[in-house]
Design a protein around this ligand. Structure first.
Ligand SMILES: [Zn+2]
Length: 284
């Protein structure tokens, strides 16, 4: 299991990469998003971003804006959005990402177009975007958001008709799906290619782990049966201690307290070795 975190698109991107590197995250999920992380701004700062990622040996995953249309009834508007997605996919692959997460369409109420029509348009757009992302060598993952956006059977229809995989958002699954997070893991177990994790209660999500009502023990036990890859902590709060605390909580549940402490020693051991090396270098 590898733990990462995501940038806040309203804050300086390079500073956040250094900040998350200091917290010992193992990868960075880059949301390519207005205002501070648009494709244009990322291109302008590409070298600094790549240097920051490399200096902490951070892997990279990519994420699209959550509010992009996938089912807009005006064809030219949808085509323009697809162009923006293509620009983001290009940037993602240039920086070395292999996975790009996309959200289902959340923007238009059903009074604008019937659910059936919206689903047909979503499927058609996803097929076009999948062609683009395949050309860039990116795996496209559709995030679990809520049943209003897409129901489980609609996700399954998309998975059947494409090579798209699932980004299981555990916080959303817990808060907004009647099947709950354990139910969603069971439904999508063969297709989960990435996980987002945050706590939630009632209609509030993106909370630090332990603050909401997500049963971490049950969640980790179930997820470990089928998945052992990247997990992004999507804890939205300004105090970084909550993010560091959430990382500890996840690792304690995943590895057990004893192994968690052992793993920490490993991090410090590397630092001690580096210090010894530096000492030897100055002696020469
Ligand atoms: Zn998410």
């Amino acid at each position: 299991m590898i733990v990462g975190a995501m940038n806040n698109p309203h804050k300086n991107l390079v500073e956040q990469i250094y900040f998350l590197g200091e917290l010992n995250f193992e990868f960075f999920e880059l949301t390519i998003e207005y205002p501070a992380a648009t494709p244009k701004k990322i291109i302008e700062n590409k070298k600094r971003i790549a240097d920051a990622l490399e200096s902490y040996n951070l892997g990279l995953l990519a994420h699209l804006p959550w509010y992009f249309n996938l089912a807009h009834p005006y064809e030219r508007i949808q085509q323009a959005t697809n162009k923006e997605i293509e620009a983001a996919a290009h940037i993602a692959t240039t920086l070395g990402a292999k996975i790009l997460t996309i959200h289902p369409d959340l923007t238009l109420p059903q009074s604008c177009q019937a659910r059936k029509k919206r689903f047909e348009r979503t499927l058609s757009t996803l097929k076009s975007i999948e062609k683009i992302t395949k050309n860039f060598g990116l795996k496209l993952c559709l995030e679990t958001v809520d049943e209003e956006a897409l129901e489980i059977k609609e996700y399954k229809e998309i998975l059947e008709q494409t090579d798209i995989k699932i980004t299981l958002d555990a916080g959303h699954a817990h808060t907004y799906f009647s099947a709950g997070v354990v139910g969603l893991i069971e439904e999508f177990k063969k297709d989960i290619a990435h996980v987002h994790l945050h706590d939630g209660k009632k209609q509030i999500d993106h909370l630090p782990l332990g603050v909401g009502t997500l049963d971490m023990k049950k969640f980790v036990e179930k997820l470990k049966e089928v998945y052992n890859q990247t997990i992004t902590l999507e804890v939205h709060c300004s105090d970084p201690h909550y993010l560091a605390y959430s990382k500890d909580i996840l690792e304690i549940y995943w590895y057990g307290k004893e192994q968690f402490e052992e793993n920490k020693k490993y991090i410090y051991l590397i630092e001690e070795e580096e210090e010894e090396e530096e000492g030897r270098n100055t002696e020469k």
